[in-house]
Every structure is written in structure tokens, then in C-alpha cells.
Design a protein around this ligand. Sequence first.
Ligand SMILES: [Fe+2]
Ligand SMILES: [Fe+2]
Length: 384
Amino acid sequence: MKEEKKPVIIYGGSFDPPHKGHLALAAAALRQFEPSALYFVPGFRTPFKDFRPVPFAGRKAMLKAALAAAGLAGRPEVKISSFEARLGRVVYTYETLAYFRRLHPGAPLYFLLGSDCLAGFKKWRRWRSVLKCANLLAGLRPGHTPGRGVPFTALAGRFPRVASSDLRAELFLGGKPAGLHAPVLRLIEERGLYLGRERERLKKMIMPERYAHSLGSARLAVALAPALGVPAQQAALAALLHDCARDMAVPALVRYSLKNAPRTPRLRALIKEAPVLLHAWAGAERARVEFGIDDPEILEAIRLHATGAPGMGPLARLIYVCDLAAPGRAFAEAALVRKLACRDFNAAFLAANYVKLVYAFSGGGWVHPLSISLWNSLQEKKKG
Ligand SMILES: [Fe+2]
Ligand SMILES: [Fe+2]
């Protein structure tokens, strides 16, 4: 009699970071199917979508830590595959399954996924080939009804939804999400992943109150980023660093600007009339040199966070608003602009420009022409 082969389970995902939801699903699949192998297959992450994704080695280390915490380390059938990472490009599931099919001829293949992925399954590249090659295996969330017409096997049990994107947003701000195992959190801290390294360096450059303001701006920026199509990490990083030169003493700031940011618009007038404003251009330069930021959008956002300028990009507009409206700002307009930003970002941007100009004019002194140009350009837009 022909011996029935044991199943093989493929668990694809970004695992950025691997969380308790992933491990609960894997543990249930191991219990229910007793497979000969369960492969975690961390995918390549596109820098376009993720800005600065955690490299494969970091995600593999976190996955190992999560497996140990969940009591799955050391089981010979549990493996981490570098198949997709080795290719260094986006790999479609049908390609991954074809690879494992060759590796395990004759064994029933199962592709493990969260039930929320089922709804969009028919949009996957060559989804029919996926179904031909493997059975889908899904863990259902309480109260969740999966998409119709996609055959799948449900894992026994109910699985809470934990989204990696929510965890990342929390991690960028230095949070310790409950959805992660403690050893994973420790590893993130040790390696300075998810902007940990940048936050530590920033803390040494600015006063504690300033750091709290930067963190508050970043919290707001991360919350508003999806509506503007800005990646959360890019928003968090720009907001964290926007005031990195704000606590330099004026003489040092002037010296620094003359030497390192000589193309600051209206440099001489700034030095004479409003030297503190130099921190925006000096900050962009420090972000570039001391934090290795080469992203032009982040540098633009830091440069223009105080004055604004016509034609700012979405990230620069976001940071301009979040700097003014960050939680913890002492003036009443901050809370109003913050509330408005959640409903209508463009209106909040206009309001932020107004509040900043009123503040500048009420001082009775010189106002940077970029701020006035921004005001005029927004008025023209309103009429046009
Ligand atoms: Fe500032
Ligand atoms: Fe600020």
C-alpha cells in the first residue's frame, strides 16, 4: 500500500515584525495537521512601500525569538526559509509554491494565511495556479466571514487580528505593543530597529521637553500619514528629526549655518532678524550628516517646517501641520488645528499657515518671505 505523505505548510508574510497572531496561527496549524514541515517564508519588502524595511536578517532574528517565546523553537519541522529573500524582489505566491512543490513532490501543500487575505485572494497574480498547487489554510477572526468563492480549510479556533502595520506605527514612536513577545521587543531595542537608533541619538541632541514635542509631532504625523498617502515610517522619521537643531545656542547655530547650510534662503536677513529660524535648514543638514538621511522629501520637510513655502510636497505639509498642532503645545489653536487635521487636512494646512503668520506678525518684526509666499499661493489656489 502506498504510504500517505504528511502535509507541508507554507507560511508566507513579511513578518515585519513577527507577532503573537502569526505564532498562534502557526501553533494551531502544527497541532491540527502534524505536518512534516512548516516553513515561515519572510518575503522581500519593497523599499518603495516601506521606506526603510527591516532587512531579512533582522526579521529572521525576530522570528527566531518569537518561535522560542511561543515554545516552537527546536522543533525539527519548523523552519525559516530564505527563498523569497534570496531573490531580492517581490515574489508571487504561485512562484513560492512551485518552489516548495519541487522540494516536496507528492506531499499535500497548504498555504497558511490570515482570513483577511482571503477577501482579496482573487486579485493575486495567477490565483488559480495557487489553488491548483496548494490548499489554503486560514485562521478566522471572531465574527469574520471570509470572502465567497475561495475554497479554504479553516483552522480550529478563533484568532485575534493583529496587524503588523499597527505594531510598526507604535514601534516607531518607542511603544512596546502587547502583540509582540517580550524577547522580540528586547531584540528590537538591542538592535535599534524601527527607528530606535534614531530616537536614541536624537535624545542626546535636544532637551527632554523638545524630545517630547518631537515625539508628539511624530505621533500625530503617523496618525495622519495614511490619509495623505505618506508611509508611516517616513512621517515618523521626519517629525522626530524636524527640531534636531532647535536646541543649538544662537551663536553656534549661526556659525553652523554659515559653514554647513550657506544656501539657506535669506541667510543674512535670518541671522540678523530671526536667527532661531535657522534651525530648520541647519536641522535638515544635521539630519543628512548625522542621521544619514538622504531622502529628499524628509530633508524638505525639515527645512520647511517653520516657514513653509509654496509648492510643498505631502510630507512637508504634514510635518508643517504636525509641528504646530502637536499634542502638548501650549496655545489653544494647536488643539483646534489638530482636530481639523483629522477631518480635513487641507483646511488644517491653511489654518496652520494663518496661525503661524499671526504669531510672526504679532511679534512686530521681520517675517520670512517664504511664509508670506505660501499664504499668497494658498489664497490664489482658493480663488482658482
Ligand atoms: Fe522647529
Ligand atoms: Fe517643532
